[in-house]
Design a protein around this ligand. Structure first.
Ligand SMILES: NC(=O)c1ccc[n+]([C@@H]2O[C@H](COP(=O)([O-])OP(=O)(O)OC[C@H]3O[C@@H](n4cnc5c(N)ncnc54)[C@H](O)[C@@H]3O)[C@@H](O)[C@H]2O)c1
Ligand SMILES: O=C(O)[C@H](O)COP(=O)(O)O
Length: 524
C-alpha cells in the first residue's frame, strides 16, 4: 500500500484521484502529528506552511516525491531533496489567476483606502473626507517579475487604463512585444512608477530587491504591493520609508516571517495586509490540488511528470518514444558497473541512429543511475544520478551520430576506469527487446537481464562443455548461452543466462579452469 502524507490544508475535490485509489492510503495530518510513522510515507504533499527541511527528508527515508500544491518551493530544500533522490513537483499555474486578482484587489483597496474605511464604518463612524483616494486610471504601474502572475496583472492594469512598465531580466523581447508592454530597466521602472508590484520568486538576487537603495529611487508618494514573497521588499527599509512619508501606502500579502507577529509594519495606518491569501480561492485550491494529485499519481505509476523542479520534464509523447531506451540504458549501466569493479573516471555515451534524435537527457540519467546503483548505499535515481556522479568525480559526456552502424538505433557506452577501459553497445529491437550486441570488444547478442555469467577464455575445443558440466553438477540450469570471439583460437567470451545466481564457491571453481581468464557475475 502506497502512503501519502498531506500535511497542509488541501482541497478534497482536488485530492479525489488519490483518495479514490484503493492502492493508496492518504493521511491528512501535520508532520508533527505523525512523527512516529514518517519513515512509512512514499509521498508528501504540502502548501507553503510545511517546511520540507533536510532533517525532515532524513526522517522520511521512504519518500520518493514531494508535491507542492502551489508555485513557490522556497519552503522546500530542493537541493537536499535532489541529493536524497526525491522528486519535487509543483503546480505552477493553478493559482495564477487568483493571485493576480488578489494583487488587483489589494491595489484597488490600497489607493481607495477600503480596509481603513471599512473599519471606520464598522466602528460606527461616518467620515467621508478621511478616505479620499486616487484613481488607477492613467497611473504608471511598475511590474517587477513578468512571469505568469505579473503578466496577468498587466492585462488587468491595461483594462483599467494604466500605463504598464515591466522589469524582468529574463523576459525575451519577442514575448514583451507580443504582450505589448513597455520593457524597461529597474532604474527606469523605479523612477516612473506610481505603483510598484513585485512578482518574482524569492532568490538570492530578489531578496531585498526593493531595499534602502532602490526605494530611494522611487517617486515620492509611491504605492508598493507584495503578493509574491516576503523579503523581496526589505521590511526594515520599508518601515523607514513609511516613517519619512516617502511611501504613500503598502499592500502586503506575504511577510519575511509568517505569521509576522507584532511587526512594526502592522502599526502603520497606510499598510494594508492579508495573511498570504493570494492562492486562497476555491478555484485555485481545486486547481493546485488536482494538478499535484494527478502528477503524483502518474509518478507512482512510473509515468513521467511534467512539472518537476529537479528533474528534466517530459511530455507523454516524448516519454513514450524514449521509454524503451530508458530501460535499455538502465540495464547497460548496471551491467557495466558490475563488469568494471574498479574506480571509474569517465563515462562516455554515444547515441546512434534513431535514438540520437530523441530527448536523451533522461536516458543518460537512467544509465548513470543504473551504473551508480551497485556502487552507492543511498538512493540513486534520475533525480540525483548526475549530482552523485559529479560528487564521485565521474565525468560523463554524450555524443550523437545519425549513423546507426548496422542498427536502427544503438547506445554505445565507454567506461574509463583506473586500470582499464570497457565498451559495450546495446540496441532496442521492436517486438524483440533489448540486446547487447558488443561487449568488451566482442561481437555478441544477448538480453541484458536476469542472472548473467560472463566468461572470458581462450578459444579452444571443450571450453563450453567444461563450464556446462560444472554448472550442471551444481544444479545450475543454463537458460541461454551466447558466444563470441575475436579470431579462431584467440580470445573468446561466453555470456550465459542462468536460472539462479551463482555462489562465490562456484565462481572460484570456474576461475580455476585452465584457459579461463575472467569470470564475472552480472545481476540485472
Ligand atoms: N501570495 C500568494 O499566495 C502567491 C500565490 C502564487 C504565487 N506566489 C508567488 O508569486 C511569485 C510569482 O509567481 P509566478 O507564478 O508568476 O512565477 P513565474 O516563475 O511565472 O514568474 C516569475 C518571474 O520573475 C522573473 N524574475 C526572476 N528573477 C528576477 C529578478 N531578479 N528581477 C526581476 N524579475 C525576475 C522571472 O523571469 C519570471 O518571469 C512567486 O514568488 C510565487 O511564489 C504567491
Ligand atoms: O507560492 C504559492 O503558490 C503561494 O504562495 C500559495 O501558497 P499557499 O499554498 O500556502 O497558499
Amino acid at each position: 500500500m502506497v502512503r501519502i502524507l498531506v500535511s497542509d490544508a488541501m482541497s478534497e475535490e482536488g485530492l479525489a484521484p488519490l483518495l479514490a485509489d484503493p492502492t493508496i492510503e492518504v493521511v491528512q495530518k501535520k508532520v508533527t502529528e505523525v512523527e512516529n510513522e514518517l519513515d512509512t510515507f512514499d509521498a508528501l504533499l504540502v502548501r507553503s506552511a510545511t517546511k520540507v527541511t533536510e532533517q525532515l527528508l532524513q526522517n522520511m527515508p521512504n519518500l520518493k516525491i514531494v508535491g507542492r500544491a502551489g508555485v513557490g518551493v522556497d519552503n522546500i530544500d530542493v537541493d537536499a531533496a535532489t541529493r536524497y533522490g526525491v522528486v519535487v513537483i509543483n503546480a505552477p499555474n493553478g493559482n495564477t489567476i487568483s493571485t493576480a486578482e488578489h494583487t488587483f484587489a489589494m491595489m484597488a483597496s490600497l489607493v481607495r483606502r477600503i480596509p481603513q474605511a471599512h473599519i471606520s464604518v464598522k466602528s460606527r463612524e461616518w467620515n467621508r473626507s478621511a478616505f479620499v483616494g486616487v484613481e488607477l486610471f492613467g497611473k504608471h504601474l511598475g511590474i517587477i517579475g513578468f512571469g505568469r502572475i505579473g503578466s496577468e496583472v498587466a492585462k488587468r492594469a491595461r483594462a483599467f487604463g494604466m500605463h504598464v512598465h515591466v522589469y524582468d531580466p529574463f523576459l525575451t523581447k519577442a514575448r514583451a512585444e507580443k504582450i505589448g508592454v513597455d520593457v524597461c530597466t529597474l532604474d527606469e521602472l523605479l523612477a516612473q512608477a506610481d505603483i510598484i508590484t513585485v512578482h518574482t520568486p524569492l532568490t538570492k538576487e530578489t531578496k531585498g530587491l526593493l531595499g534602502q537603495k532602490n526605494l530611494a529611487k522611487t517617486k515620492k508618494g509611491v504605492y508598493l504591493i507584495n503578493c509574491a514573497r516576503g523579503g523581496i521588499i526589505d521590511e526594515q527599509a520599508l518601515v523607514s520609508f513609511l516613517e519619512n512619508g516617502h511611501v504613500a501606502g503598502v499592500a502586503l500579502d506575504v511577510f519575511e516571517q509568517e505569521p509576522p507577529g507584532d511587526h512594526p509594519l502592522l502599526s502603520f495606518d497606510n499598510v494594508i495586509v492579508t495573511p498570504h491569501l493570494g492562492a486562497s480561492t476555491i478555484e485555485a485550491q481545486v486547481n493546485v490540488a488536482t494538478q499535484v494529485a494527478e502528477e503524483v499519481l502518474k509518478f507512482l505509476q512510473g509515468k513521467p511528470v511534467t512539472s518537476s523542479i529537479n528533474l528534466p520534464t517530459l511530455s507523454k509523447d516524448v516519454y513514450e518514444k524514449i521509454q524503451a531506451f530508458y530501460t535499455l540504458a538502465r540495464k547497460m549501466g548496471i551491467v557495466a558497473s558490475q563488469y568494471m569493479s574498479e574506480p571509474v573516471q569517465e563515462i562516455a555515451i554515444t547515441y546512434s541512429g534513431s535514438v540520437a534524435d530523441l530527448e536523451t537527457t533522461f536516458i543518460t540519467r537512467s544509465l548513470l543511475a543504473g551504473f551508480l546503483k551497485p556502487r552507492v548505499a543511498s538512493t540513486v535515481n534520475e533525480v540525483n544520478a548526475a549530482m552523485i556522479a559529479k560528487e564521485r568525480g565521474i565525468a560523463f559526456s554524450e555524443k550523437f551520430s545519425a549513423n546507426g552502424n548496422d542498427y536502427n538505433n544503438s547506445i554505445t557506452l565507454t567506461v574509463y576506469g583506473e586500470n582499464k577501459t570497457f565498451t559495450m553497445k546495446g540496441t532496442h529491437i521492436a517486438h524483440y527487446g533489448d540486446r547487447i550486441v558488443h561487449f568488451n570488444g566482442f561481437a555478441i547478442d544477448f538480453a541484458p537481464e536476469g542472472h548473467l555469467l560472463y566468461i572470458q577464455h581462450h578459444d579452444k575445443p571443450g571450453m563450453i562443455g567444461k563450464v556446462g558440466n560444472i554448472l550442471g553438477d551444481h544444479q545450475v540450469n543454463i537458460a541461454t548461452m551466447q558466444v563470441g570471439r575475436q579470431e579462431a583460437g584467440g580470445k573468446a567470451i561466453m555470456m550465459l543466462s542462468l536460472d539462479k545466481p551463482l555462489d562465490d564457491a562456484l565462481v572460484e571453481i570456474l576461475e580455476k579452469i585452465d584457459d579461463i581468464d575472467v569470470v564475472k557475475r552480472l545481476e540485472v
